[in-house]
Design a protein around this ligand. Structure first.
Ligand code: PEP
Ligand code: MG
Length: 837
């Protein structure tokens, strides 16, 4: 027969519920309680071992239903579940029904021979029934899992804030609601005056709690019921729906992280280990074995609750502030995507659910802040670990990481443990490395990284790659066989580690490393020379970048500047827009790394296929023909002006030009000019230095801009032709639609003629014209473009060496003749054929 367990902070309360239940079932149902603690000084609380004992007492393979009262009772019950053997765990269910009504309904159903599902349904129905009585307007859908989830979500939202509206979402993104999408959802929900609740199966979560949302365990394809009540309920649901339609902000096409695959064959040598090839490169040298020092926590009972509460809140505030600065630091070092890991950490540490659990411990059990926080963190980490999705389960490490920072502050230590991780060059060896550990290393001192745990997709591996550190992760237990200073070797491309490399192996690795380095060096060598044609005509070859972390690679490949900085990446993969100051720091970081080379900063190019989930936009039937690029920015001065101010400020110190995407009318440029004037006046009044004569340019991407190039040229200092969009709009063919891919090519005669027309207009007006679409990086097109009069090409960095080499083979007059010939062609195929000759 199914057993019933009642978990309560109070032994008396648990016994009282038993008394009520027994009135109905008269000893015919196996009942056990786990109420209070065994600590005479602090009897109020819950104890996982007591919960486990109660489960064991009524255990049956028919099942055990566990009902709990408030807060940390859930965590104790979850921990108790973990203490059970696997085969028992599968038969025990934690039920979210209220203690009294749920216990009565469940017991009666057990007594009448109901199945485990029926018992759970009846217990939960008791919850819904109570809510229906309280909120007569509550709408509950008919049946099934979605109905249960909807009932739970609506009940939770409506009971507190009036009638609830519901939205059902099938979660589209590949990893489900993992840390970053969960963070986006939580930040979005917080922007509305609405009580938003999520339900997934039988579990519910407040949409304001990062940890509750992430531990719902929502995977791709799962049904998520969102319920909202309150004045802005409808807006909140619309925004959440838009976020879901945007794949919860995740990239649509996710490249499998294991490009990066663990070595497949088992090596013969026991000192040769294989793991995950997490970041390419070869390294050998002395080992530095890193062992994280976990703070020791002593439980003190009888503490002053008000004082402990204040200490805990202050420690959390200190960690929040510190994580914000770590985030900015990572943003400058490796880019927005990697830095957004710390957005999730920030939401985890500020999570109200976590704080409430700890505060309940402080208030009910009178324990010190350290012990209360440690317990709450541990329980939360267990909740993450229990998730079936291994990716989500590994987020337990993130919770422990941020949790330990708070403990270190409480103990008066530095939150970053003790100073830098390494003081001299070494191979960093660890059980595992957390993002915050890697934030503490000077990349120059790390020869390579080897860890026992970890995958190619965890945050530390992502950071290692971004920092260019060779790394092998997930090697399995080996730390016991490594001493500090021991010479190790690793091949990050093959996922191999040598614990005791002999002279021959080291020599072979050295040769391999040298070969690898030589190949890269020779490609770079000629790329550093300018691109001068045979008759002395020089073409400026620049890079397209997405952020500061791309500059080093661009310069390595021979970029002579940046012809297109796509700033939208700074706005993406995060939950709020970057502040003006953050933008200043990012643009400045790029300019500093360019060391005086030219930099063209393009303003935000979102909309169309790149919406920003945290900024509300109206539904558009044809987003590519809607509010994209400059249109989007002009409609949102609160986002646009801070960007203009940031660019103007950095332009006072560095050779920065300003460029606008997707321009179609003269009037748009007049509006832009007025906004720039406004920004300049403000900066002047605030006494902040800025460039009042910044060079302004526009992307030529629309047929309107081509046709109007002569008069648009009067308002700007340069044009940059964006052939990716120009081909799309000129050919009226969506650049993301494979069915019309043959039309969307810049080799179409209509596109070539457009380029010709734009160059002529620019030459007539005496302004510079460059080209930054993908066509610029195709060496087949170089002669045509140079012949048409383009003197500046900007492209993705890896294309630079080949294009420079191609320029050196050409001479201007021949290129001009070729361009004139191609302007007479009627078919893209013929153009491509001629250029391939
Ligand atoms: C273009 O359209 O050619 C261009 C360079 O801009 P993006 O690819 O960013 O739209
Ligand atoms: Mg474009």
């Amino acid at each position: 027969m199914i057993g019933l367990v009642l978990v309560s902070h109070s032994a008396i309360l648990a016994q009282g519920v038993v008394e009520i239940v027994e009135q109905m079932v008269q000893g015919r149902v196996p009942l056990a309680t786990a109420g209070g603690t065994d600590n005479v000084d602090a009897p109020i609380g819950t104890d996982p071992f007591k919960v486990k004992a109660a489960i064991d007492a009524v255990y049956s393979e028919d099942g055990v239903v566990v009902l709990i009262d408030l807060g940390s009772a859930l965590m104790s019950a979850e921990t108790a579940l973990e203490l059970l053997p696997d085969e028992r765990q599968a038969h025990v269910v934690l039920c979210g029904a209220p203690l009294v009504e749920g216990a009565v309904a469940a017991a009666v159903r057990i007594m009448t021979g109901g199945s485990l599902q029926e018992v759970l349904d009846d217990a939960r129905a008791a919850y819904a029934a109570k809510n229906v009585q309280l909120t007569s307007l509550l709408h509950l859908p008919a049946e099934g899992t979605a109905a249960n989830a909807a009932g739970a979500a609506a009940g939770a939202a409506a009971s507190a804030a009036g009638p609830a509206l519901l939205l059902t979402i099938v979660v589209p993104n590949r990893l489900g609601l993992h840390a970053r999408p969960a963070a986006r959802l939580v930040s979005l929900a917080a922007q509305y005056d609405a009580l938003v609740t999520l339900a997934h199966g039988t579990r519910t979560a407040a949409a304001t709690s990062m940890n509750q949302v992430a531990t719902l365990g929502v995977r791709q394809g799962d049904l998520l019921v969102v319920s909202a009540a309150g004045p802005q309920a409808e807006d909140a649901l619309d925004a959440i729906e838009a976020l879901a339609l945007d794949n919860f902000g995740d990239p649509i096409v996710v490249t499998e992280p294991a490009a990066i695959i663990a070595a497949t064959s088992e090596p013969d040598d026991p000192d040769e280990l294989s793991g995950v090839a997490a970041a390419e490169g070869i390294a050998f040298g002395a080992a530095f074995v890193y062992r994280a020092q976990l703070p020791q926590v002593e439980e003190i009972v009888g503490a002053d609750a008000v004082h402990e509460r204040r200490r805990l809140e202050q420690a959390i505030a200190a960690v929040t502030e510190h994580l914000q600065s770590v985030r900015i630091n990572m943003l400058q070092r490796v880019g927005a995507s990697e830095a957004s890991i710390f957005d999730a950490h920030l939401l985890m540490v500020r999570d109200t659910d976590l704080l409430q659990s700890a505060l309940q411990e402080i208030e009910l059990r009178r324990v010190n802040a350290e012990a209360a926080w440690q317990r709450a963190i541990q329980a939360m980490a267990n909740r993450y670990r229990a998730l079936p999705d291994p990716y989500m389960a590994r987020r337990a490490d993130d919770i422990l990481d941020v949790g330990q920072r708070v403990l270190r502050v409480l103990s008066g230590a530095s939150q970053d443990e003790t100073g830098p991780l390494l003081t001299e060059a070494a191979i960093l060896v660890a059980h595992e490395l957390k993002p915050s550990d890697l934030a503490r290393v000077e990349p120059e001192l790390v020869l390579g990284i080897i860890t026992e745990l970890g995958s190619a997709s965890d945050h530390s591996a992502i950071l290692a790659r971004a920092l260019g550190l060779p790394a092998v992760t997930g090697v399995g237990p080996f730390l016991g066989r490594v001493e500090n200073g021991q010479i190790l070797a690793l091949d990050g491309s093959a996922g191999c580690v040598w614990l005791t490399p002999d002279a021959e192996q080291l020599a072979e690795l050295e040769r391999k490393g040298e070969r690898w380095a030589k190949e890269r060096a020779s490609a770079k060598q000629s790329a550093q020379r300018p691109a001068v044609m045979r008759d002395g005509w020089r073409i400026l070859v620049e890079a397209n970048i997405n952020g500061p972390s791309d500059v080093a690679q661009a310069l390595d490949q021979g970029a002579e500047g940046v012809g297109l900085f796509r700033t939208e990446y700074l706005f993406m993969d995060r939950v709020t827009p970057p502040s003006e100051q953050e933008q200043v720091e990012t643009y400045r970081a790029v300019a500093l790394r360019l060391k005086g080379r030219p930099l063209v900063v393009r303003t935000l190019d979102v909309g169309g296929d790149k919406p920003l989930p945290y900024i509300r936009s109206a539904y558009e039937a044809n987003p590519f023909l809607g509010q994209r690029g400059l249109r989007y920015s002009l409609d949102r001065p609160a986002v646009f002006k801070p960007q203009l101010r940031a660019i103007l400020r950095v332009a006072a110190e560095h050779p920065v030009k300003l460029m606008f995407p997707m321009v179609s009318t003269f009037d748009e440029l007049v509006l832009v000019d007025a906004l720039i004037e406004e920004a300049c006046a403000e900066l002047q009044a605030e006494g902040l230095p800025f460039d009042d004569d910044i060079a302004r340019g526009i992307m030529i991407e629309t047929p309107a801009a081509v046709m109007a190039a002569d008069y648009l040229a009067r308002l700007v200092d340069f044009f940059s032709i964006g052939t990716n969009d120009l081909a799309q709009y000129m050919m009226a063919a969506d650049r993301s639609n494979a069915a019309v891919a043959n039309l969307v090519t810049a080799f179409q005669p209509a596109v070539i003629r457009s380029i010709h027309q734009v160059v002529s207009a620019a030459q007539k007006a005496g302004i510079v014209v460059s080209l930054c679409g993908e066509l610029a990086g195709d060496p087949r097109a170089t002669a045509l473009l140079v012949g048409l009069g383009i003197n500046e090409l900007s492209m993705s960095a890896p294309s630079i060496p080949a294009v420079k080499a191609r320029v050196r083979q050409l001479n201007l007059e021949q290129s001009q003749r070729l361009a004139s010939e191609l302007l007479t062609y009627e078919s893209a195929t013929d153009v491509e054929q001629r250029l391939s000759e």
